[in-house]
Design a protein around this ligand. Structure first.
Ligand code: UDX
Length: 427
């Protein structure tokens, strides 16, 4: 049943769902985005993206204008969909494991309306036994409609989500169902030459392994940075030196305050738990999260050793999102650091070009500019490498202000020439 244009429904209008909806519409398919949040849908229908993601608004508006992209809360409208993609959230549950209730309820909501032979692709990041669990719960209805359940993991990064979806490194289809595989290969043909068809379980392991390996890489370089500080080496020189080894490379090696965001912390925890559940003890995956979650306390202690105490110090925090080009603050360094510094009786002024952190405390304010934030600060914390922050021409000072460059973005000599005391990571 290969077609030029597929009818696609995408359940969930978060980062993954909304970007995928706009991209498949851009490729000419008829796309319906569905969410249970009426207010959000109304706003998306007007062309408003509910978060900051470069290039997405243009693509969304283009699809709405071309009338091959629409949004609704009404699940009955999926009745003509050839492909239904589930991309709802999978937050961390109470027991530490990922909470699959949104995936199950999305599946239950589509069941009465899905047409016979529809493909149901799970894009949400889920443990490898999720399709089996869905089949156990809804076996009768799945059989009656001959639904084709597959995994279709997503690898996009926030901040470059549109390009990552238009030009993905690879597409992974987790299935052994020939009908679904042929159609999904056809759908993704314009996007990538690297379309991998693998066992369903392997596809989710690919997703978890990729994320936990990248998290491990960050954790590893952060540990090496600590060694550099003790032995008088410079982590940036070490990275340069190791990177020429083609097996290692120069990319994705930036030391800092540890990884954050909506995926790495959650996915590393899930893989660690999964490995524990199957009887593996003390493996490296279980250590990644433990080390990463202690990183901020370690760095605060390091700065405290240099300055004495944070009490009554005015601290300018620059960068509140978890990385540049997004207003997402989930597991951002600022979210962890600010309350700790407030506990230590510091006065915080914060700035971010896009993100906002609302803290009700007389000692916390968010300012509208870098200039206002650093005014009279005793310490400047560069938390996120937003272009506006790293290109800012910091003024000369005669107060020996501490300049903490947590992303190693500045030249130590240049900053010290201006009168600051520079502290980097691993140097
Ligand atoms: C990540 C994966 O990269 C993506 O493939 C997956 O689909 C979702 O999770 P994302 O969370 O958007 O994407 O951001 P990414 O750019 O990978 O950064 C994740 C975290 O690692 C951020 O906190 C970032 O600051 C940190 N990081 C990244 C480092 O500390 N050092 C690095 O070298 C790279």
């Amino acid at each position: 049943m290969k077609k030029n244009k597929y009818n696609i429904s995408i359940i969930g209008t978060g980062f993954v769902g909304l970007v995928s909806s706009a991209v498949f519409a851009h490729l000419g398919h008829n796309v319906l985005g569905i969410d249970i949040d009426e207010k959000k849908i109304q706003s998306i229908k007007k062309g408003k993206v509910p978060f900051f993601e470069p290039k997405l608004e243009d693509l969304l508006k283009q699809g709405l204008k071309n009338k091959n992209l629409d949004f609704t809360t009404d699940f009955s409208k999926i009745k003509d969909s050839d492909i239904i993609i589930i991309s709802v959230g999978t937050p961390k549950g109470k027991d530490g494991h990922v909470d699959l209730s949104f995936v199950f309820s999305a599946f239950e909501s589509i069941l009465p309306f899905a047409k016979k032979d529809a493909i149901v692709a799970i894009k949400s990041t889920v443990p490898p036994d999720t399709i089996s669990k869905i089949k156990q719960k809804f076996n009768k209805q799945i059989q009656e409609k001959n639904l084709h359940l597959v995994y279709l993991p997503e690898f996009l990064k926030e901040g470059s989500a549109v390009d990552d979806t238009l030009f993905p490194d690879r597409i992974v289809i987790g299935s052994n169902d020939k009908y679904a595989i042929d159609i999904l290969k056809d759908l993704h043909k314009p996007l990538s030459k690297n379309i991998l068809v693998v066992k369903p379980e392997s596809s989710q392991l690919i997703k978890y392994t990729a994320n936990s390996y990248l998290a491990l890489r960050i954790t590893y370089i952060n540990e090496i940075a600590d060694i550099c500080e003790k032995v008088g080496a410079d982590i940036q020189e070490v990275i340069k030196g190791i990177g020429y080894d083609k097996r290692i490379g120069h990319h994705y090696w930036y030391p800092g305050l540890g990884y954050g965001g909506s995926c790495f912390p959650k996915d590393v925890k899930e893989l660690a738990l999964l490995s524990k559940d199957i009887g593996l003890k003390n493996n490296i995956i279980q250590k990644i999260d433990e080390i990463n979650s202690k990183r901020i306390d370690k760095i605060i202690k390091k700065i405290e050793r240099i300055i004495g105490s944070f009490e009554n110090k005015t601290i300018a925090i620059l960068g509140l999102s978890f990385k540049p080009n997004t207003n997402d603050t989930r597991e951002a360094p600022a979210v962890h650091i600010i309350p700790k510094l407030l506990d230590k009786k510091a006065k915080i002024k914060a700035y971010d070009p896009m993100a906002h952190i609302d803290i009700k405390d007389n000692n916390y304010t968010q300012k509208q500019s870098i200039e206002k934030t650093i005014e009279n600060a005793d310490i400047i914390f560069i938390l996120i490498e937003w272009p506006e922050i790293i290109n800012y021409n910091f003024p000369y000072t005669n107060k020996k202000v501490i300049f903490f460059d947590s992303r190693n973005q500045f030249n130590k000599q240049d900053i010290e020439k201006k009168g600051y005391k520079y502290i980097g990571i691993g140097r």
